[in-house]
Structure formats: structure tokens, C-alpha cells
Design a protein around this ligand. Structure first.
Ligand code: NAD
Ligand code: UDP
Ligand code: UDP
Length: 313
């Protein structure tokens, strides 16, 4: 039985990861400061004696004896990470330093949840891991993008300087059950608006694209990454390469919810990337032929059912 620490474990992705790790027979410590996460996301795990829930902020040191660490703590939605940009940077940089210090002390393997945002508004399409990105260091999104870029640098240097066993994954837009209805990201916004018969808010002209991955596919990729060859650090892109414009997404959501909602257009936020799509050749190669299996219609249908229940409560 392995002892595994999941930071940000009460969040959207973290809660799915905790559940999966417990199901595989591990002992899990879920650490969270509940900024965007919630006890509701992991309430069903609380009866499991091998699950431990700890309120803790990773910008403060943390001591435990563990075999593996998944470092997910960080707000991920633009409205949340821009709410307190300095805190967002501290979470990525000071938080990563603490978790790396912990990994170093107890010789744990540690995986960093990095992001496609390290590519900024990309000038290469689709984005391979070798692309260095196009990020505005002083823009609205920089607290998140640059924080995550600095965390990657910290990870690689703890590996080189201190022999810490690290894994870096770059997660592309991911959605699924347990996202907050007020998360502010596009999928939750569109589905909630469609279910409530409110206007669907497209920012800009809706031609910008994203590639959406269902959370189960991500969790599978994360766990496979943790188990790759000792010397392999990544970074590896984990995402679904099927690319949609926001206009196409809005139409798909309206269709699947049978909604009478109308599409309206609002201003495009500053530095909003125009397109994004992962090149997943490396992931397929190093993660045992991993590839996403949940398509957009199937994934959206699950989230629509979930939000329908949440909104009814
Ligand atoms: P989320 O906001 O649901 O989860 C983040 C969790 O971290 C929350 O439970 C929050 O309370 C916790 N947290 C935040 N700051 C903390 C701190 N200082 N100390 C302890 N806990 C803290 O977001 P998510 O979508 O589940 O994202 C999880 C991770 O995956 C994040 O690191 C995010 O950057 C990364 N990621 C997500 C996506 C995506 O599309 N969802 C894409 C790329 C990367
Ligand atoms: N740290 C931690 N838990 C541990 C070990 C270290 O939170 O089990 C923190 C420690 O407080 C420090 C950071 O991790 O701030 C980096 O640790 P490292 O040993 O790399 O650096 P140093 O302590 O020498 O500054
Ligand atoms: N977006 C939108 N309407 C919304 C929320 C977001 O059109 O109600 C757009 C946003 O401007 C961006 C895309 O959808 O172009 C994805 O936004 P999200 O915040 O989900 O993720 P990110 O921009 O971080 O990839």
C-alpha cells in the first residue's frame, strides 16, 4: 500500500484523482485550503479509513511521510486565479518549493500539474512540448502562466540539483463532474446558462478554439505518467486534440440541453489565447499508448446531468 499526497485534492480534478487512487488500494492524504475546492467534492470518501483530509495551505511548509505527491493545488479558472494574483503566484512558486522540499526530504516521487497556459497565445499549432510559448509576463493571465512556468523550472532544478524524482504534465482544458457551477470557465458557464434558459455568453466573436478533455482521460494519463521510467521527467502534454470553436461549443451545448437560450457576444478578455490544441504524440509514446477515449458529446452529457442535479438542490 502506497501513501500518496494529493494537494488541491478537494478541487475538481483532485477529487477524481483521490477517488481513483483509493480505489486502486492506496492510502491518500488530501490537502486543500478550500479556496476553490469543497468538502462536498470528497464527502463520499470520508468514510474510508485510508483517506485523510487535511486543511492546509501549501504556501506553508507541510510535513508527512509519503511515497508519491501529486501537486494540483492552484486555482485554475481565470476569474479565480485573477482574484488574488499575488497569492496565485505564491501558490505556484512557494507552494511548489515546499512540496519539492518535502519530496526531497522523504525521497518521494512528485508530479506537477502544469498547464497548456505555459504556451500562452501560441504561435505554433498544435503545441508540442518543445514549443517555448508566447506569454505576456505582465498581462492579466501572467500570475497563473508565469507561476506555472516558474514551477516547471523549480521542478527540473530540484531534479538536477537534488536528484528529486519529478514528473511534469501539461494539462489542456479539462472538464467533468464536480466542476463548480460558478467556476467561470466556458463549459460550466455555457451548460448552466443553457439549463437556466439564460443567454449564452460568448467572449469575442467565438472563433477562438480550445480542445476539451474529459476528466477521466486526464486522471488515467496522470497515473500512467507517475509510473513512467524513473529517469523520465516530461513535460508531457495531456489533453484531447479534438478542437472546437466557442461558437461550435455553444451550439453543441444548446443542442444537448434542448435549450431555448440565445447566444450573445461579450468583449474578449485581455490576452485570451486564439487557439489551443495539444500535440499528444509524446504522451501516446511514453504513456503506454494512452489516448483520450471520451468524446465531447459523451462528456458534455455527463456534466449536463450532473449540473441539472446540482441546480435542482
Ligand atoms: P480547482 O480550482 O477545482 O482545484 C484546485 C484546488 O486547489 C482547489 O481545491 C483549491 O481549493 C486548492 N488550492 C488552491 N490554492 C491552494 C493552496 N495555496 N493551498 C492548498 N490548496 C489550494 O481546479 P482544477 O481544475 O481541479 O485544477 C487542478 C490543477 O490542475 C491546478 O493546478 C490547475 O492549474 C491544473 N490544470 C487544470 C486545468 C483544467 O482545465 N481544469 C488545465 C490545466 C491545468
Ligand atoms: N519543506 C516542507 N516539508 C518538508 C521539507 C521541507 O514543507 O518535509 C519546505 C521547507 O520549509 C522549505 C522548502 O520546503 O521552505 C524547501 O525545502 P529545501 O530543503 O529544498 O530548502 P531549504 O529548507 O534548504 O530552504
Ligand atoms: N469563454 C466564453 N464564454 C464564457 C467563458 C469563457 O466565450 O462564458 C471563452 C474564453 O474567452 C476563452 C474560452 O472560452 O476563449 C475558454 O475559456 P476558459 O476560461 O474555459 O479557459 P482558458 O481560457 O483558460 O483556456
Amino acid at each position: 500500500m502506497k501513501k500518496i499526497l494529493v494537494t488541491g485534492g478537494a478541487g475538481f480534478i483532485g477529487s477524481h484523482l483521490c477517488e481513483r487512487l483509493l480505489n486502486e488500494g492506496n492510502e491518500v492524504i488530501c490537502l486543500d485550503n478550500y479556496f476553490t475546492g469543497s468538502k462536498k467534492n470528497i464527502i463520499h470518501l470520508l468514510g474510508n479509513p485510508f483517506f485523510e483530509l487535511v486543511r492546509h495551505d501549501i504556501t506553508e511548509p507541510y510535513y508527512a511521510e509519503v511515497d508519491e505527491i501529486y501537486n494540483l493545488a492552484c486555482p485554475a479558472s481565470p476569474i479565480h486565479y485573477q482574484y488574488d494574483p499575488i497569492k496565485t503566484i505564491k501558490t505556484s512558486v512557494v507552494g511548489a518549493t515546499n512540496m519539492l522540499g518535502l519530496a526531497k526530504r522523504v525521497n518521494a516521487k512528485i508530479l506537477q500539474a502544469s498547464t497548456s497556459e505555459v504556451y500562452g497565445d501560441p504561435k505554433i499549432h498544435p503545441q508540442p512540448e518543445t514549443y517555448w510559448g508566447n506569454v505576456n509576463p505582465i498581462g492579466l493571465r501572467s500570475c497563473y502562466d508565469e507561476g506555472k512556468r516558474c514551477a516547471e523550472s523549480l521542478f527540473i532544478n530540484y531534479h538536477k540539483q537534488n536528484d528529486v524524482r519529478i514528473k511534469i504534465i501539461r494539462i489542456f482544458n479539462t472538464y467533468g463532474t464536480r466542476m463548480n457551477t460558478n467556476d467561470g470557465r466556458v463549459i460550466s458557464n455555457f451548460i448552466v446558462q443553457a439549463l437556466q434558459g439564460k443567454d449564452i455568453t460568448i467572449y469575442g466573436d467565438g472563433t477562438q478554439t480550445r480542445s476539451f478533455q474529459y476528466v477521466d482521460d486526464l486522471v488515467e494519463g496522470m497515473i500512467r505518467m507517475m509510473h513512467t521510467d524513473e529517469k523520465f521527467t516530461g513535460p508531457v502534454n495531456i489533453g484531447n486534440p479534438l478542437e472546437y470553436s466557442m461558437l461550435q461549443l455553444a451550439e453543441e451545448v444548446i443542442k444537448l440541453t434542448n435549450s431555448s437560450s440565445k447566444i450573445i457576444f461579450k468583449p474578449l478578455p485581455e490576452d485570451d489565447p486564439m487557439k489551443r490544441k495539444p500535440d499528444i504524440s509524446l504522451a501516446k509514446k511514453v504513456l503506454n499508448n494512452w489516448e483520450p477515449v471520451v468524446g465531447l458529446e459523451e462528456g458534455l452529457t455527463k456534466v449536463i446531468t450532473y449540473f441539472d442535479n446540482v441546480l435542482a438542490e
